[in-house]
Design a protein around this ligand. Structure first.
Ligand SMILES: [Zn+2]
Length: 81
């Protein structure tokens, strides 16, 4: 698919090792990896952040479920007396 170096001037496909375009001699060779690496890294980063926040909020739920039980146990006798 898009794994091809291209000339920015004439949009001609260029070998990865080539520093100049063979058809127009331009030095503006565009690397396809910048865009794809950005996409992949963004996807990985987003999924990693989602997974982390999921774990974080699950821990928060566990804590917030535990705290009311403890506090009601502590406050219970005081409120009733
Ligand atoms: Zn060119």
């Amino acid at each position: 698919m898009g794994y091809q170096y291209k000339c920015a001037c004439c949009n001609q496909s260029v070998e990865a090792a080539a520093k100049t375009c063979p058809s127009c001699g331009s030095h503006a060779i565009q690397s396809p990896f910048g865009f794809w690496h950005f996409c992949i890294l963004t996807c990985l980063g987003v999924s990693f952040a989602v997974a982390l926040s999921d774990i974080y909020f699950k821990e928060q739920d566990d804590r917030s479920m535990g705290i009311p039980k403890v506090s009601s146990n502590i406050l219970g006798p005081i409120q009733h007396s």
